[in-house]
Write a protein that binds this ligand. Structure first.
Ligand code: SF4
Length: 214
């Protein structure tokens, strides 16, 4: 359990991150708990017909897929286990033009940038252009001090843990260390940095004061 001082320090960091994201024209908010996210995103879901989900343990753990389905939305979720290869491809393509797209971030910089890596690119593309609104949900553990720290976090923490969780054949999934591999299943072929809000996409960011995802 974190000490009061550690909690305080992380919250200060999260508030600086939200402040700097807001300066960069992102619609950024701090929430104390992940349980608050569902209520916050309901108005966005009500306004959307089609909803896409990037691969994200954080978003899945908050039950947002189920919520979108309960609300009768057309959901593009390529992680459904019953899908054929062609069907997962169609889901990934559907994400590119949906009304509302949910994802997490591999890292947020305290200086106000959103950083993600991707193996295929459906998530990183949809975050930048296509959906009218993107909602990013990120736990306090995703915040790094600056852009270089964020990229380092992805190499040292998010990449190996994500590869392990997906069960892909990459060196990091065995050793826990990134070797900048050439594996066919490499999960970080593409890196996107949202330095500022993309011109034609509304981006809402919920920074949650709990550890979520990798
Ligand atoms: S480059 Fe390869 S080893 Fe490094 S995190 Fe990505 S998949 Fe893992």
């Amino acid at each position: 359990m974190a000490s009061d001082e550690k909690t305080w320090l992380l919250e200060q960091r999260a508030h600086r991150c939200v402040e700097n994201l807001s300066k960069h024209r992102f619609d950024a908010h701090y929430l104390e708990t992940g349980a608050e996210v569902s209520e916050k995103v309901k108005p966005f879901l009500e306004a959307a017909d089609t909803v896409g989900f990037g691969g994200s343990d954080t978003v899945r753990s908050l039950g947002l897929h189920a919520l979108a389905e309960e609300m009768g939305k057309t959901v593009y979720d390529h992680h459904r286990p019953d899908l054929s290869y062609d069907e997962t491809l169609a889901m990934r393509k559907g994400q590119q033009g949906c009304d509302l797209f949910f994802t997490s971030a591999n890292a947020l910089s305290e200086t106000g940038e959103i950083i993600n890596v991707d193996g295929i690119g459906n998530r990183t593309s949809a975050m930048a252009f296509g959906p009218s609104r993107v909602v990013v949900v990120a736990g306090i553990n995703k915040i790094a001090s600056g852009l270089h720290g964020a990229l380092r976090r992805i190499r040292e923490v998010a990449g190996p843990m994500r590869a392990k969780s997906l069960g892909v054949e990459t060196p990091c999934a065995v050793t826990g260390v990134c070797s900048d591999c050439n594996a066919p299943m490499r999960i970080c072929n593409i890196t996107t940095i949202l330095h500022r809000k993309p011109m034609l996409t509304e981006v809402t960011v919920f920074v949650v004061g709990e550890e979520l995802g990798f």
